[in-house]
Design a protein around this ligand. Structure first.
Ligand SMILES: [Zn+2]
Length: 178
């Protein structure tokens, strides 16, 4: 998953500047790069109505579960290989990453404005993350500890758009515990 990997504990002890590469989504996404741990992020350069397409997801490669990977199915993960990797987690996200349709959409209930942080709800794609983290997104609905959907109650996930593989895995989990 995005920022975690890029600023993983393995790299935070070094002073290397994050590498500069040409923007992959010019006019849509600005990468705010910071040498500080967990401080890089993506900022929107466009305004779009709720529910609309932000960008198709292209140029991915299949991967194993890693800090930067995104889960696409119950046993499949990809690397984004683009600036989309800078979209941080938020408990009040601006985007949905639809890994079935391979597209990024503006969330259904809120318009996207220029300058908004581009974020998505990691448990919407991640079942059991490689590296859990304490969330400090500041949202009123903040879940505080994010490790994937596996450890979250239906109540905690209420109101979030979720990928199909997450909905299936939740159904299986809850059928077992019922
Ligand atoms: Zn949060």
């Amino acid at each position: 998953m995005p920022p975690i990997a890029l600023e993983s504990p393995l790299t935070t002890t070094t002073t290397t500047t994050p590498k500069e590469t040409p923007p992959t989504h010019p006019n849509k996404l600005h990468v705010h790069r910071s040498p500080k741990p967990f401080a890089s992020g993506a900022i929107s350069q466009i305004a779009l109505p709720a529910g609309s397409l932000f960008t198709p997801i292209t140029g991915t490669t299949s991967s194993h579960k890693a800090y930067t990977s995104v889960q696409t199915g119950r046993d499949s993960h990809i690397e984004l290989n683009s600036d989309l990797v800078y979209c941080n987690h938020s408990c009040a996200p601006t985007l949905d990453f639809d890994m079935g349709k391979m597209e990024v959409r503006v969330v259904a209930d809120r318009d996207l404005k220029v300058g908004d942080a581009l974020t998505f709800f990691y448990p919407s794609s991640e079942w059991d993350m490689d590296q859990a983290f304490e969330c400090k997104c500041g949202a009123e609905s903040c879940k505080e500890y994010i490790k994937g959907a596996k450890d979250m109650s239906r109540d905690q996930l209420k109101g979030y758009w979720l990928n199909e593989h997450i909905r299936e895995l939740l159904d299986e989990r809850d059928a077992k515990s019922a």
